[in-house]
Design a protein around this ligand. Sequence first.
Ligand code: FAD
Length: 312
Amino acid sequence: MGKVLIIAEHLDGKLNASTAKCVTAAQALSPDAIDVAVFAADPSAVAAEAAQINSVAKVLSVANDANAQAIAQVLAPQVAKLAEGYSHVFGPSTTFGKDLMPCVAALLGVAQVSDVMAVESGHVFKRPIYAGNAIITVEAPAGQTVVATVRTASWSEAAKGGSATVEAASVDAELPSHTRYIGLAAGESDRPDLQSAKRVVSGGRGVGSAENFKIIYDFADKLGAAVGASRAAVDAGYCPNEMQVGQTGKIIAPELYVAIGISGAIQHLTGIKDAGTIVAINKDADAAIFEIADIGLVGDLFSVLPELEAAL
Ligand code: FAD
């Protein structure tokens, strides 16, 4: 049927769970082989992790100082070169993949298939449109490499237990000088990563202020959860925008999602469509969030949360 190349996402020497989700999506194609490419200054640790994912045949380890940071413009020419011989090139539909894969598609002269949530055949896929309110079936032209991003919320991680071969690959691609790494400004946090956390606690406008958000952080810490927010909370300056969940924020699929002081606007719900159990705490019994919540608690968050925390 063809071969799939998956571009590994990683940070600080650790493989991101999105890579194993891309492997599951690739499995749905029943391809002849699934290979994973790891681009880094020293890819050895990440490559060893990728080699453990079931059904991965080969891990291509591309060591280059220029790959120390995941800069799409630097990685794309290398991915495009490496893509020769592959029928499909997959990356996750995360910030990393959404940055990189369109550049790869452009270099290969193909149109990207975005946000694959189901595989119908080698060239036919399903993806959400209109903020997840409709599902569209798209067909990539036959005879061209399929470059796609995989909607991580729609696929579970492929299991571990594999033992793929790790092969050092050298890629002869001209790297651009117009885009350079200057520095990274990232929020420091000991909490789980919002995009891959199994539990997420989010606060909305109802929390009222940045100071009040402490009650959300404390509750999340009690649950070992990542912290998210609605756009209204972000716009009001209660928390940084990397915490935003929803259509214009992060699309997440935790096992448990707790929405606190969030009304349940469609643009927010888009971000949590694939969450497991949804718990809502809101003082307005008519809030839309209760229509999709598995467990709803009508009450003032400032009295409910301390009670819940004490009970936990
Ligand atoms: P509100 O709608 O104001 O709700 C606050 C809730 O808190 C109310 O239900 C209220 O009853 C409750 N509350 C108040 N006080 C308390 C209390 N003491 N205890 C308990 N409950 C209390 N939004 C997103 O979240 N993510 C997105 O990615 C996103 N993208 C968007 C993209 C576009 C193009 C547009 C147009 C909008 C987008 N929005 C997004 C905004 C979205 O439409 C809503 O405005 C937003 O989600 C509302 O946030 P909220 O629920 O926190 O605020």
